[in-house]
Design a protein around this ligand. Structure first.
Ligand code: BTN
Length: 254
């Protein structure tokens, strides 16, 4: 048990290029305390997965990064950081009665679309995780999104109410602390189990696209390497890495 108090260690800025980049620079210069949270009301170069941009309307959403020093965690198990964080986000949304699921590996979805994304950047040296910067973009009050964003949604769209970002942030940090404590207590099986329970479309028959290979199958869970496990029609379990397999959510392939 680590007794994080993330909200106490919040650094808030109006504008940053990227809270992840700022956190990484801070680690390299100052080594701030574990659990430092850096939040910006606007990012000019918000980063998404796979070199994409994370575009978020000023003062409307939550864009922040949490700094951890999880040296106890085998780098091979680094996906547990993503699992713990995803579970924290899902729990917080559940508190607001938003039925959220985890779209493996790093997105949080409702039935309407993507409500949050995660970008984790680890500093690994000599087979040790020296630092981990866990970036979260959560759509809170934004109602209109750029055309090219696939299936965006927000708490505002889901609930038809405006929520104070400060209140959402406090709740989110408490939910995330709970799961970070589980991680620091090495409750890995419990984390993996819960993560699998919360997977989007788990146990539902879907059409999957893995390059030229198109097949029907059901998402079963993940393996220890964080690969997605899908049972195909002959009940063979197939393991996929990030971006190796796609499927439809509403009319978009994700
Ligand atoms: C994705 O879904 O592509 C991941 C999005 C992650 C966005 C967050 S916003 C706060 C943090 N700082 C960044 O530059 N990116 C992450």
């Amino acid at each position: 048990m680590k007794n994080f108090n993330l909200y106490e260690k919040l650094i808030r800025a109006d504008i940053l290029a990227s809270t992840n980049d700022f956190a990484i620079d801070l680690v390299k210069s100052d080594e701030p305390v574990e659990g430092t949270v850096i939040m910006a009301d606007f990012q000019t170069k918000g980063k998404g997965q796979k070199d994409a941009h994370w575009i978020s309307k000023k003062d409307s959403n939550l864009t922040f990064s949490v700094l951890l020093y999880p040296s106890f965690l085998d780098p091979a198990n680094n996906f547990y950081l993503s699992m713990a964080l995803s579970l924290g986000i899902v729990d917080m949304l559940q508190f607001y009665n938003i039925d959220a699921r985890i779209k493996w590996p790093n997105d949080i979805y409702t039935k309407n679309g993507k409500i949050a994304g995660i970008l984790i950047e680890n500093g690994i040296q000599n087979d040790e995780i020296k630092y981990s910067v866990l970036g979260i973009g959560l759509n809170v009050n934004q109602k209109i999104f750029p055309e090219d964003i696939k299936n965006p949604t927000s708490m505002r769209i889901e609930l038809e109410t405006v929520n104070k970002r400060e209140t959402v942030l406090k709740k989110l940090l408490v939910s995330v602390e709970y799961w970070f404590n589980k991680l620091y207590d090495l409750n890995l099986n419990m984390i993996k189990n819960q993560y699998e329970q919360k997977l989007l479309f788990r146990e539902q028959i879907k059409k999957f696209y893995a390059g030229d290979d198109i097949f029907f199958g059901t998402i079963k869970g993940i393996n220890d390497n964080g690969q997605l496990l899908i049972a195909d029609e002959s009940d063979t379990i197939r393991a996929f890495n990030f971006k190796e397999v796609m499927y439809y959510h509403k009319k978009n392939i994700i």
